[in-house]
Design a protein. Sequence first.
Length: 160
Amino acid sequence: MTIQVGDHLPQATFRVNGPDGPQAKTTDDVFKGRRVVLVGVPGAFTPACHRNHLPGFVAKREEIVARGIDAIAVTSVNDIFVLNAWQQQSGAEGIEFLADGNAEFAKAIGLEMDGSGFGLGPRSQRYAMVVEDGVVRILNVEDTPSKAEVSGAEALLKVL
């Protein structure tokens, strides 16, 4: 079942880059007591994610934070090493990258997709949500994985 506005995020564990390498971070670690924009993408460096989706959040980060957002986080079904490289190449300092390497979080919130037809295996759908203290307050899911319209930074700014 797909997560809905008003639902609590399920418990899940991401991998993040820490000072000594990869470390685990739970949904509580990321969302408890915070107002977070969570951006889900099918894959780091994939064309729509790399050229259309992430750049808007990098460019509009300060504007989004000024609207009372504590953090912007991006999650993808990639390993943390790929996400670190993507963060560095994209100039996305100040944005948290959460690796969901086995698609466990994407499945737990019902927003997984099958990318095996393109050789990608299980992936996350493209979305943006606002999460307040673990509760989904805004959820914008794209109908087409190659588009970043309702889940883009500009669309999110209109409803913040």
